[in-house]
Design a binder for this molecule. Structure first.
Ligand SMILES: Nc1ncnc2c1ncn2[C@@H]1O[C@H](COP(=O)(O)OP(=O)(O)OP(=O)(O)O)[C@@H](O)[C@H]1O
Length: 326
């Protein structure tokens, strides 16, 4: 699965967490790509491995995570082969940046915002303080914040303001790829809408590539060009926004769409997906969705379906696709 214009290619990535007594299969044989200047949205229920995937791309996985297989090719180089020193000097923040979940409290509580932003610039660039400050002030204004916040401590800011600071931080060194990991979860709906439209405007203006992670499928239609649907550590469907919304093929994607409110069709009854997300310390054999799948057959209980190409950029991992069912 490759695109001519891809900036990021993840190929067959498989990683496990090792805890005291458990081996958790958090990401299994994942292959996806992000094209230059495009947004890849990744959706899936809680615990499906979305954040783990984001952390793998930014190389901030905890030491309990081990990559067992696969590659993450960024601009032609496998970043998994890069040592930490090279990655932090050449790639992290400079070429790939990261907007974490609001709850991650990524700002240092003891420093004013200005110093945290200055520090990020000075670690990577040899420019004067005046030049750095000028860039910071421009960015803070462009993310809709007043300049006064530069002299404040993180605890003096609201959740929405902190997230705007994180967006400014992510753009500080002009990266090519931004990974946004549930950037608006925990914010109220109005602030959430403002942050999403800010991110989308910046992405288009700067022609950024972006990975946008959420469990909220209705958000993804607004921001994405391509969408990957993740289930229990695997990508079950990958395609353009139109493919996923108007021509979904995987039974899980179809059920997930039915569980999302639709503004145009308020009368439609929302359906919840029966059953539970599997325990990744002991995932089901075969297709991991088979215990909840209305179409499951014997083969689904035994074998793991590989992605099948069903359109120019549309892939589905399901044995029942092409069987007249999906
Ligand atoms: N540090 C860790 N140690 C052990 N297991 C972990 C760790 N982090 C995540 N996991 C497990 O890996 C699996 C994938 O988790 P992950 O957080 O990547 O999913 P997610 O889709 O991002 O969920 P959410 O939307 O709730 O953030 C889960 O089973 C989770 O319990």
């Amino acid at each position: 699965m490759q695109a001519d214009n891809a900036l990021l290619n993840i190929n067959n990535l498989t990683l496990h967490y090792y805890t005291k007594n458990l081996e958790i299969s958090a990401v299994d044989d994942v292959s996806i790509y992000v094209e230059k200047g495009k947004v890849l949205g990744i959706a899936g229920e809680s615990g499906s491995g979305k954040s783990t995937l984001a952390k793998a791309i930014f190389k901030i996985l905890p030491s309990s995570a081990k990559i067992l297989k696969g590659e993450i090719i960024f601009d032609g180089k496998n970043i998994l082969d890069m040592d930490e020193k090279t990655f932090s000097k050449e790639i992290r923040w400079k070429r790939i940046s990261y907007i974490p979940q609001v709850s991650m409290n990524s700002l240092d509580p003891v420093y004013k915002i200005k110093y945290q932003l200055l520090e990020t610039i000075f670690v990577h660039e040899d420019i004067s303080r005046a030049e750095a400050l000028e860039r910071i002030e421009k960015l803070i204004t462009s993310v809709g914040l007043p300049l006064e916040i530069l002299n404040k401590y993180p605890h003096e800011l609201s959740g929405g303001q902190k997230q705007r600071v994180m967006i400014a931080m992510a753009l500080l060194l002009n990266p090519d790829l931004v990974i946004a990991d549930e950037p608006t979860t925990a914010l109220d709906v109005i602030i959430q809408a403002q942050i999403i439209s800010l991110l989308k405007n910046i992405q288009q203006e700067k022609k950024l590539s972006m990975v946008f992670i959420t469990h909220d499928l209705s958000l993804l239609a607004q921001v994405s060009d391509m969408i990957a649907i993740m289930y229990a550590g695997r990508i079950v469907e990958f395609g353009s926004v139109e493919d996923i919304y108007y021509n979904p093929k995987h039974p899980y994607t179809k059920l997930l769409l039915k569980s999302v409110p639709n503004i145009k069709d308020r009368k439609r009854k929302l359906e919840s997906i029966p059953g539970e997300v599997p325990d990744l310390a002991n995932p089901p054999k075969g297709c991991r969705f088979h215990p909840r799948c209305p179409l499951a057959q014997d083969i689904c209980r035994k074998e793991n379906p590989s992605p099948i190409r069903v359109g120019p950029n549309h892939y589905v991992s399901c044995f029942m696709v092409g069987e007249g069912n999906a």
